[in-house]
Design a protein around this ligand. Structure first.
Ligand SMILES: [Zn+2]
Length: 347
């Protein structure tokens, strides 16, 4: 029996497009299904100023194939030297939709991130004044904190104090991976949302480590215990509008993933919508998918919901997704959920 599901066109509220040949290769994978995406600024060097964000937006639009439409929602990489006036100007012009906080050393290309939060206080206060959201990579980087505990410790030691010190600051906890993250969002009434990735709804840490190490399941924040995955699934499928899709689709070439010091990131742009339909159907929550993927994100960012739609179809034969995307100087492996998926985007 064929089943179909039509949704307002989704957006991706956390996406890595990279630059150059990689940008060229991966942008169509997102633009095929998504109208807009919050573009992560962790290039080398990072996108720190409004001028750099404008130039990066132009490179993204130049890489968009003819006939495709896509709107990149730009972000600035918060450093201890960020100028509050530059941030305010980039936001007022409509170019920049958020500022991204990376604790220094937390993930790919985060060396310029913040060490001393007092130094960014003027920027955070200006953002609170103008309503510009702060997107947070929520992990402490202290060497003495276990990597599986870094999100929970970040909430207590950094996020909660920063939010208390900056009333009115709107914060998105990016790619939450724990029940602690879910609970923290739920315990706050306003100004706090969270993105959840596709892969964290599907894998727990066993998928990475049991039966041989699986580099393509390694990402940051790293997948946690099963109880945390279940908490994320419950939050994503609950209809609570503080939770929304941010794929954190993060391409690295296979040579860098399958490496003695492999890069962190799962590439899910290609099959995210099909995988989400599978997950939401398993949770008897297909009616909540549009909220999670298409409505809650624009709600938080105070942007209109997309007018056009996509249609997902469930068929009797498993969908064949490309295993890899060719980027010329290498390939990027598409996230493999490890089970057959019968949904696909058909219109
Ligand atoms: Zn990311």
């Amino acid at each position: 029996m064929t089943q179909t599901l039509t949704l307002r066109r989704p957006d991706d509220w956390h996406l890595h497009l990279r630059d150059g040949a990689m940008l060229q290769a991966v942008l169509p994978e997102t633009a095929r299904h998504f109208a807009r995406a919050i573009i992560m600024p962790n290039l080398v060097p990072p996108v720190v100023t409004g001028d750099q964000a404008a130039a990066y937006r132009d490179r993204i639009m130049a890489a968009l194939p003819d006939g495709m439409t896509f709107e990149p929602l730009m972000t600035l990489y918060l450093t201890e030297d960020t100028d509050p006036d530059d941030v305010a100007q980039a936001a007022a012009s409509g170019l920049v939709k958020a500022v991204k906080l990376y604790p220094a050393g937390a993930t790919t290309n985060s060396a310029s991130g913040v060490r001393d939060f007092d130094k960014v206080r003027p920027v955070l206060e200006r953002m609170a004044d103008i309503g510009l959201p702060l997107c947070v990579h929520g992990e402490v980087t202290d060497a003495d904190i276990d990597i599986f505990d870094r999100e929970a410790v970040f909430i207590d030691r950094v996020l909660d104090p920063v939010r208390r010190a900056t009333p009115g600051l709107r914060v998105v906890m990016e790619h939450i991976t724990t029940a602690n993250g879910v609970d923290y969002v739920k315990s706050n009434d306003t100004d706090l949302g969270a993105t959840i990735t596709t892969h964290h709804l599907i894998i727990n840490r066993n998928h990475i480590l049991v039966g041989g190490i699986k580099p393509h399941y390694y990402c940051l924040p790293v997948a946690k215990r099963e109880e945390h995955r279940l908490a994320l699934r419950a939050a994503a499928t609950s209809g609570d509008d503080r939770f929304f899709l941010g794929t954190d689709s993060a391409p690295h070439t296979d040579a860098l993933k399958e490496h003695p010091c492999g890069c962190a990131g799962c590439f899910t742009a290609t099959n995210t919508m099909a995988l989400l339909a599978h997950v939401f159907e398993e949770e008897n929550a297909l009616d909540k998918l549009e909220g999670f993927a298409s409505r809650n994100g624009p709600g938080f960012y105070k942007l209109p919901v997309n007018i056009d739609t996509i249609t997902l179809t469930k068929s009797e034969t498993a969908t064949k997704f490309p295993a890899k995307i060719d980027m010329g100087e290498g390939t990027v492996t598409v996230f493999d959920p490890g089970f057959p998926v019968y949904w696909n985007v058909t219109a």
